[in-house]
Design a protein around this ligand. Structure first.
Ligand code: PLP
Length: 401
């Protein structure tokens, strides 16, 4: 809660008086107005209340001495799948749940026909999410591919799209694109990259984690082969709510290694000599699905579905410009693209060093501004609850110390 002047208008846990669409507040300081961690967890007004209600309803059903549990639990999971599918305009039965983004990529790679990867190149940019790079380096030997990592240019904060294209020839069996980078918020031009990849005959996957829920991702328009994400960040959901979306023609060629009774069309087909994959994305399921993250996340997905996305994005753009202006005024190097067309929802600022970043974060916390840092890089993501008042407090800490 913000300390100091102003009246906090609060109707319930996590619920605040909303600002106008430019992010300006009246004289009241609203709870969450300095929250800038949309690259990390993500909050929306009323989230704690909504999540608690959903989890409580689940507990009441799950703990009842009757036989209604599975219908409810699997229904919640299907609601999660439907809301995500709607958000991404995914073809029917092409999206399923995973624990996280790393496991989604692993599931896809471990399902591809051998010849897609063996003796070929997997292409990734050096500013991909490190966890995915860790996975790929570990899988390279086992699946017989060479990992080609496109490096950052000297002193750069992100990998240029043209360098990805230069490194991308017909030897590339699979390319993983990071739509928005977690360290610079650089946003690559998916249209151009996918068009190039199609000419090379590569499979193309997109990590949409840092953009989903802020920028519109349309599976049909982008026409990549698969997409992976979490329900955290701009989606404001809970941990454990990863997703894997795979286009139907690719699904048909996949034989997931991690498989089980839920990978079948009829999960009750228990003849141990007659396993058969489901015809759609369900073949990527395995044992009893984990539903808790779906239960905890469905309210956030429903909240998202009801938003005016043009207005939310416009607010993010306007507040991001204010952060950039404050960083310029304080004399720091911008570690994100200045051009909004190349930028995701975050603004990264290079501070003197990691210690400076920690000192600054602590001063920000004192005035209820919440950001984070990776080494000397301060990461600020103004989102649904952030207001101009929060940005003003960030600016005064940046310029003051
Ligand atoms: C671009 C990107 N991909 C993936 C992830 C998360 O991966 P995982 O869900 O495997 O932890 C993050 C988290 O910050 C991210 O920024």
């Amino acid at each position: 809660m913000v300390k100091g002047q102003g009246t906090l208008i609060r109707r319930g846990p996590g619920e605040i008086e909303m600002t106008d669409q430019t992010g300006r507040t009246s004289d009241a300081q609203a709870e969450g107005d300095g929250y800038m961690l949309y690259h990390s967890i993500g909050q929306y007004p009323g989230k704690a209340r909504d999540m608690a209600a959903s989890l409580t309803a689940f507990a009441e059903c799950w703990g009842a001495a009757n036989d209604e549990q599975w219908g409810y639990a699997l229904g919640q999971r299907q609601r999660f799948i439907d809301l995500w599918s709607q958000l991404l305009n995914a073809p029917s039965a092409s999206l399923t749940t995973t624990e996280n983004v790393t496991s989604a990529l692993a599931a896809l790679i471990m399902a591809l026909p051998r010849e897609d990867l063996e003796g070929r190149v997997v292409l990734v940019a050096g500013d991909c999410f490190p966890s995915l790079h860790f996975l790929l380096t570990g899988l390279a030997d086992r699946y017989g591919f060479t990992l080609r990592t496109v490096p950052l240019r000297d002193g750069a904060h992100w990998v240029e799209d043209e360098d990805v294209i230069t490194a991308w020839g017909p030897e590339v069996g699979l390319a993983l694109l990071t739509w928005v980078s977690s360290t610079s918020s650089h946003r690559c031009v998916l249209e151009a990259l996918v068009a190039h990849g199609r000419k090379q005959g590569s499979l193309i996957g997109v990590d949409i984690t840092q953009a989903a829920g802020l920028f519109d991702y349309d599976c049909m328009a982008v026409a990549a082969d698969f997409a992976i994400s979490t329900s955290l960040k701009w989606m404001c959901g809970s941990p454990g709510g990863g997703i894997l979306q795979v286009m139907p023609d690719v699904i048909a060629r996949c034989q997931p290694s991690l498989r089980g009774w839920f990978s079948q069309d009829n999960i009750f087909s228990w003849d141990i000599n007659a396993f058969a994959y489901a015809p759609d994305i369900r073949r990527f399921d395995n044992g009893t699905p984990s539903v808790m993250a779906c239960v905890a996340t469905v309210p956030a997905l429903e909240w998202h579905a009801a938003q005016d996305w043009g207005a939310q994005l416009a607010k993010n753009r306007s507040l991001s410009e204010a952060i950039i202006a404050a960083s310029d005024a304080a004399g720091f190097e911008l570690a994100s693209p200045r051009d909004p067309a190349q930028r995701g929802g975050s603004v990264m600022v290079r501070l003197t060093d990691a210690d400076h970043a920690q000192t600054l974060l602590s001063k920000l916390r004192d005035v209820s501004v919440f950001a984070d840092a990776r080494g000397p890089i301060l990461r600020c993501s103004p989102g649904f609850m952030t207001t101009r008042a929060g940005i003003d407090r960030l600016a005064s800490v940046l310029t003051g110390g």
